[in-house]
Design a binder for this molecule. Structure first.
Ligand code: PAF
Length: 285
């Protein structure tokens, strides 16, 4: 595995890898912020099924963290991550530092309206601008044929797809951005680098999120009104030890528009806080 930290060596390495590969070889990119877990490795394995060469980026992107968020505390485990990626047969690790990504004088921002509104876009102002901006840069830097993202961040995936379509990135492959289903712990908690913040007691309570969401979906299928179902879900989650709920909403999976009832393409989205940790999850309804 080649590890590069600056733009010029990145370009040279991508060119070298492509030149050494047979014609028509596909390059897949898996963008991450590191602290890799089984969810990330599932993305890498899926990328290997779809492409001959796999590049992974690790960059804790300051532009997607709000002033009171966990940028400084976000786990950084470069040596361990690098060993894991090497073992998966990744060809290229792109690990820029902040000045390589945002050199002195950097002034450009990408804002995607519509799909960025509501849910995490409402709770974390500027978050999706930061995500869209860095992912656009990563696409331009690595120039992959395809890119893979986890469906745990469903709204992020919708933002990236919209941005790529609007800016003609990864053109002409409209299906070049792939979502990979959420990988869950044995008790159903969606895997996340932030799960590492949970105390054993909080970790136990966190499992209720998944159970409550599945129960809510059953009730929606029974035809109960969404408002009542979501209120009940919030009550169950708070009773289990969560401190607050940022949102529990039914939305269209594509447009992310708010729904009052399932429409055949609905998803349930929840963000809830336990201790200082904000957990998100989403499921098809
Ligand atoms: O999902 C993430 O880890 C990040 O938001 C991403 C897509 C790597 C952009 O920084």
């Amino acid at each position: 595995m080649q590890t590069v930290h600056a733009l010029n060596p990145l370009r040279q390495t991508v060119e070298r890898l492509r030149a050494a590969a047979k014609e028509g070889t596909k390059l897949a990119l898996v963008p991450t912020m590191g602290a890799l877990h089984e969810g990330h490795l599932t993305l890498v394995r899926r990328a290997k099924e779809l492409a001959d060469l796999v590049a992974v980026s690790i960059f804790v992107n300051p532009r997607q963290f709000g002033p009171n968020e966990d940028l400084d505390a976000y786990p950084r485990q470069m040596e361990r991550d690098s060993r894991l990626l090497e073992a998966e047969g990744v060809a290229l690790l792109w690990a820029p530092d902040v000045t390589a990504m945002y050199p002195e004088g950097y002034a450009t921002n990408i804002a995607v309206s519509g799909v960025s509104d509501g849910l995490c876009g409402a709770d974390r102002p500027g978050h999706f601008d930061g995500v869209a901006t860095v992912v656009c840069k990563l696409f331009n830097q690595v120039r992959p044929d395809i890119a893979l993202f986890g469906e745990k961040d469903w709204q992020q995936l919708a933002v990236i797809r919209r941005m790529a379509r609007d800016l003609d990135l990864l053109f002409p492959r409209v299906d070049a951005i792939l979502g990979v289903p959420i990988v869950r712990e044995a008790d159903g908690l969606a895997m996340s680098s932030r799960n590492a913040y949970l105390s054993p007691r909080q970790r136990q309570s966190a499992a209720v999120l998944n159970v409550a969401m599945r129960a809510a979906i059953d009730r929606l299928h029974e035809g109960l009104p969404a408002g009542a179902v979501l209120t009940e879900l919030e009550g169950v989650v708070l009773a289990a030890g969560f401190d607050s709920i940022d949102y529990a909403e039914l939305r269209d999976a594509g447009s992310i528009a708010l729904l009052n009832a399932p429409n055949g393409n609905a998803r349930l989205f929840v963000a809830a806080r336990i201790g200082g940790t904000r957990l998100i999850d989403n499921m098809a309804v």
